[in-house]
Design a binder for this molecule. Structure first.
Ligand code: SAM
Length: 274
């Protein structure tokens, strides 16, 4: 399909008086080569229903609509951006679905049928809570292609014994294959944020590395990394687990444990509470 003839994004911003609001984490991507690159990173979208959280002035939305995705559902809470989306709908028709809502309060899988992929340049202020929510329901998605602050993206792929390794690394790698696809400098955005960004690509594993409940993984990782400089016998004291019986060194620190160690802790927690 030939893409419709659309005005430049800067004209769209002017028309809708879309001055960026900090409270909504608004840093727009106006370079259409970059938005195309994000869509390429998401892989084959041929039979997918794509969800974009926070379309803003619609640069990434255009690239998604120019892909073979079956539908593109946008979730946006700024009325000005919703007006931009209505203009795009006139150009692209019903393949674009507009949801006026706060993504934090939206049941995303209920918006569209499977297979689903989320592709988004996330608002930084709510990026991590949104991402944790999607991890919790990871079975609902075929893939996630997400722009994060580089520091957050590094946490997703971090290995044990590194400073970046933490709760987000463990839970992400327990459920997904994850890689950092490419970096973007601050200047790629309008207005530029304070830090650089990275596009992360996540493919859910066919099954989690070990079958333990999400809540138990959240509890053990939050407890262990909550006091990451302390030995596990201190940081995990409140959970009352027999670390030696799990062959986990009570004098080790959280960042020395592998993901499988955390799965073992989570399993022991479930058993101890049964
Ligand atoms: N996708 C656009 C781009 O790449 O230019 C805009 C990205 S901007 C970083 C984040 C977008 O998320 C903004 O459009 C903002 O209004 C929207 N947003 C912020 N908080 C939101 C929330 N809780 N629910 C839905 N959208 C939100």
């Amino acid at each position: 399909m030939t893409p419709p003839d659309l005005p430049p994004l800067r004209d769209v911003i002017r028309k809708h008086a879309l001055t960026a609001r900090k409270s909504l984490g608004q840093h727009f991507l106006l370079d259409l080569n970059l938005t195309k690159r994000i869509v390429r990173t998401a892989g084959d979208l041929t039979d997918c229903h794509v969800i974009e959280v926070g379309p803003g002035p619609g640069g990434l939305t255009r690239a998604l609509l120019n892909s073979p995705a079956l539908t593109v559902t946008v979730v946006e809470k700024d009325d000005r951006c919703l007006a931009v989306m209505e203009d795009l709908k006139t150009a692209y028709g019903d393949r674009l679905r507009i949801v006026a809502a706060d993504a934090l309060e939206t049941d995303i899988p209920a918006l569209t049928s499977a297979p689903r992929k989320i592709v988004a340049n996330l608002p930084y202020n709510v990026g991590t809570p949104l991402f944790l929510r999607w991890l919790r329901e990871i079975d609902a998605y075929r893939g996630l292609t997400l722009m994060f602050q580089t520091e957050v993206a590094q946490r997703l792929t971090a290995q044990p014994q590194t400073k970046a390794y933490g709760r987000l690394s463990v839970i992400t790698q327990w459920l997904c294959e994850v890689h950092s696809a490419f970096n973007l400098s601050k200047d790629a955005f309008t207005p530029p944020p304070k830090v650089a960004s990275t596009v992360s690509n996540l493919a859910p594993l066919p099954a989690p590395l070990a079958p333990v409940p999400f809540e138990a993984m959240e509890t053990v990782t939050a407890t262990a990394f909550g006091q990451r400089r302390k030995m596990l016998r201190t940081s995990l004291k409140s959970l009352d687990l027999d670390l030696a019986a799990l062959e986990i060194d009570p004098t080790a620190r959280a960042e020395e444990l592998s993901i499988m160690d955390f799965c073992q802790l989570a399993r022991a927690l479930v058993e101890s509470r049964a």
